[in-house]
Design a protein around this ligand. Sequence first.
Ligand code: CA
Ligand code: CA
Ligand code: CA
Length: 384
Amino acid sequence: MKKCGSAVTVLLVLAVLSAGCGDNGPEKAEGVAGAFILSTDYTTGGFSVVDLESRSVVYEKSGTVGSDVDQAVLHDGLIYVINRMYADNVQVIDPRQGFATIYQVSTGSGSNPYDIEFVDGKAYVSRYGVPQILVMSPVPSLSVTSPVDISAYADSDGNPEAAYLAEKNGTVFIALQRWVTDKGWPWSITTDGSAVAVLNTETSKIAKVIPLPVSNPVEDFVENPSQDVFYLPCAGYNDRVGDGGVVAIDPVALTASLEITESVLGGNLFDISISEDAATLFAIVATRECGIWGASGCKMSVVSYDFPTGSTDVIFQADGFTISDLEVNNGEIWIANNDFQNPGIVIVNEATGDMTRISTALPPVKILFLTESAYPENITAGTQ
Ligand SMILES: [Ca+2]
Ligand SMILES: [Ca+2]
Ligand SMILES: [Ca+2]
């Protein structure tokens, strides 16, 4: 099944049904059977598999993926893990072969890959450290073909810092953070601001660059199936609350508008997800202290935002920099709680507020829902 947008795992089914997905046409809706939880303590990377029915970790493995991980994408029943800095590769894991790594391909030394998207059998990989989008063809062997040069859309240091990717009707959308990295630390965002580049995959050319009203897109594009737009969470600076927000990208008109500000959400924005009925947006927000090295008072929250009324509510809160991902499935909000002392997944029932906690071996950084066809029937229980 083609992936709609970047890791829009749960919205994928709805998106396919309501709007079609690329050129694949309508497909049968598929339920979620479990979740692949990518995790790391930044020394050792690993993953846990959570079974949706039993609400338990049914398989767990450490040391199998890189320690600098944050992104995993499901495509055609395979899990693509992006191993970032110093590992610099895409690792493909087959859930139906006991979650074995079936191949691994380099994205270039020092390239710092960020995300992967698929269009017509080709894979597009953004690389934070290189001003080119890697094109790999054909899936599944992922041999590298000509990259797409995006240096023309860079800030003054020559690299636009390509981060997250999304796909719609054969077009790839590339979030460009555009940090100025050659003037020393701390980096600053270029005065031109961040942008989204629109890649025509037929011509392999950038058709347009959409300037963003607020900067620093920090997580996946999320598709809103009811409005046919992508939402992109932009943090601005992490030590400021109010300079970021949720940006709506119209993939047809190729425009961007500020939908919800950080001030309304009540903190510096880190991630978003949307309920299946598209009535509620959930966001990870943090106090400004979380963006200041060594400062006390860092608190993170998951808040809900009701689209009809604009009202917000805190549904989960944790001290320290300990919420790393948020995904919604079937009326449940899954929260990655990467507390190093007590790592796990917190599942909040949207209607009742009831909470379930599932411990994981390593701090979780990414929740990837596995559809029924990508979930093994007889998973080997236990850990390895
Ligand atoms: Ca730059
Ligand atoms: Ca901010
Ligand atoms: Ca997320």
